[in-house]
Design a protein. Structure first.
Length: 300
C-alpha cells in the first residue's frame, strides 16, 4: 500500500497554531512513510467560507515548507460526486428523507424524558424512518443515513489505541444532505478520501468522534477504510480547543520557523534553531512512526 495522507482545512479564516500542528503532523507522517501528502479545501459549507481564505492558507503552508504534492481539491466543486454516493445509499435503502426541524427533534426527545447538553448534538429519534411512517405528509428537509443495527464500530487509532462506539445509540441517523441543500461533512469527507485514495488520516482529537460515522459510511459504500491517527489538541487559555471561534490568532508569516517550532514542541519534537527546510528534515528524522496496528478493517 502506497501511503497517501491529507490535510483538509476549512477556508473559514487563516491557519492558527492548532491547525499548523495538524498540518505538520500529517506532513511528517506522510514523509516518514515515503508517501504522498495532499491538501484539500473542505469548503462544502460555503456560507461559512471567507473569500480568499483558501489562497491565504496555501500561502501560510508554503511559508512553512508544507506544499501539496497534488493539485488542491475543493469540495465545493464536487456536488455531483456526493449526489452519486447518496443515490447509491438510497438505492440500497440506506438513506431516507427527513422532515424534522431541530425543534421537532428536541420536542420528541423531551417527550421521552431525554435531554441533550449544549456540547453534544441530539441523537435523532428516528421519527421519519420508513418503518416509522416516513414523512407523514411533511416536506422533506434533509436526507439521513439509516444507521444499520447493530452499529457497534470498533477500530484501532494509531495514537490512542482501541476505540469503540455504538453509532446508533450515540448519534442516531445522521444527516447526509442538509435542509439548506448543502452536503454534510460526513458524506463529503468519506467520498473525497475514497476518490483520492487516502490511506492514512492524521488529524486532531476533536475529530475522533467523527470516525465511527465515517467508518459506517465506508462500509455501506464499500470503499476502503483509511487508518486514523488523532493527535493532541492545542488548547486556549480557557482550556478549550484553540479555534477561530475563540479568537485564535493567525499564523505570523513573518516568522514561519518560529511558528513551526511551537507546533513541533506540541508534538514532542526537539527544538531546532535552523531554517524551515533544516528544521523539517531534523523533525522528520525524529518523527516516531506508530506501527500500523489497524490490520483488520472495522466491521459492523
Amino acid at each position: 500500500m502506497n501511503y497517501r495522507g491529507r490535510f483538509a482545512p476549512s477556508p473559514t479564516g487563516p491557519l492558527h497554531a492548532g491547525s499548523l500542528v495538524a498540518a505538520l503532523a500529517s506532513w511528517l507522517d506522510a514523509r516518514a512513510h515515503g508517501g504522498t501528502w495532499i491538501v484539500r479545501m473542505e469548503d462544502v459549507d460555503t456560507p461559512r467560507c471567507i473569500p480568499g481564505a483558501d489562497a491565504l492558507i496555501r500561502q501560510q503552508l508554503a511559508a512553512c515548507g508544507l506544499v501539496s504534492d497534488e493539485p488542491v481539491l475543493y469540495q465545493s466543486q464536487r456536488a455531483s460526486m456526493y449526489q452519486r454516493a447518496l443515490d447509491r445509499l438510497m438505492q440500497h435503502q440506506h438513506a431516507y428523507p427527513c422532515g424534522c426541524s431541530r425543534k421537532d427533534i428536541e420536542e420528541t426527545l423531551a417527550s421521552r424524558g431525554l435531554h441533550t447538553d449544549r456540547h453534544h448534538s441530539a441523537v435523532y429519534p428516528g421519527t421519519c424512518r420508513p418503518e416509522n411512517g416516513g414523512l407523514k405528509g411533511k416536506p422533506a428537509r434533509a436526507w439521513r443515513l439509516a444507521v444499520p443495527e447493530p452499529s457497534d464500530i470498533t477500530w484501532t487509532d494509531l495514537q490512542l489505541g482501541p476505540q469503540h462506539q455504538n453509532v446508533g445509540k450515540a448519534v442516531g441517523d445522521f444527516v447526509l444532505k442538509r435542509a439548506d441543500g448543502l452536503w454534510a461533512y460526513q458524506l463529503a469527507v468519506v467520498v473525497d478520501d475514497a476518490d483520492q485514495g487516502i490511506t492514512h488520516v492524521v488529524r486532531g482529537q476533536d475529530l475522533l468522534d467523527n470516525t465511527p460515522r465515517q467508518i459506517v459510511l465506508q462500509l455501506l459504500l464499500e470503499v476502503p477504510q483509511p487508518r486514523y491517527r488523532h493527535i493532541p489538541l492545542v488548547l486556549g487559555e480557557n482550556g478549550e480547543k484553540l479555534s477561530k471561534q475563540n479568537g485564535a490568532q493567525a499564523l505570523d508569516l513573518n516568522d514561519p520557523a518560529g511558528s513551526l517550532r511551537q507546533a513541533a514542541a506540541h508534538l514532542g519534537l526537539p527544538s531546532c534553531p535552523g531554517t524551515v527546510p533544516e528544521s523539517l528534515q531534523t523533525w522528520l528524522k525524529d518523527w516516531a512512526c506508530t506501527p500500523a496496528t489497524n490490520k483488520h478493517p472495522a466491521t459492523l
